[in-house]
Design a protein around this ligand. Sequence first.
Ligand code: 13P
Length: 235
Amino acid sequence: MKIIAGNWKMNGSVGALGEMTGRLAAVKTKNKVILCVPYTMLGVKSNKVVNIGAQDISVHNRGAYTGEVSGAMLAEMGVKYVLVGHSERRMYHDETNDIVRAKAERALENGITPIICVGETLDEKRAGKTLKIIETEVRESVPEEVRGNIIVAYEPRWAIGAGLTPTAQEIADAHKSIADTLSYMGLDGTPILYGASVNENNVGDIVSIKNVSGVLVGVASLKSDEFIPIIKNAK
Ligand code: 13P
């Protein structure tokens, strides 16, 4: 069983998601499928194949925080998964590891599985700092006490939306480093997803790499003609 998560980012519509979930309902798969969508689409129901998840969660529980959505509000919508610390949140909204960890804590408190994203920039990669960066991000972004389930996603920032992927060896090294760090934190067995430029042609090879539990898919999760073959080819 692999985990195939899609991230719609700020794309799609209620209608498009309804069509997607309808098509996914007919897919025969043992994989766990998650689609993380904008808040406005969370009313679209999950079904036996796909779980609808969110892309962000507030660090606050309630109160005067205009525009924020709390963990309790997500739970009320039936949300079981939420992305935290996606590189686009870290980059455009200055989310630090401390903020990401607080968000993951709020998710866990509300019975929601956080998908905690980590990954290096191109400059960090060029400087040979990839493993150091992702180890620090995991140590500082994952809550110390995990009551419930977490998922970690490794997304090399330079490869997102770029049609680029690291080599199999680079993915293996990154995932081993994350698995070792999680093990040190007492979190053996935490699923670790790979994300960035995943498509129906490369997904089979990627999920066969050691310590890769599944994938986090951006643009190729938007169209059922691309997303369904990814689900089928991930084994
Ligand atoms: P792409 O699959 O479009 O590269 O996006 C990856 C991503 O950011 C998923 O969260």
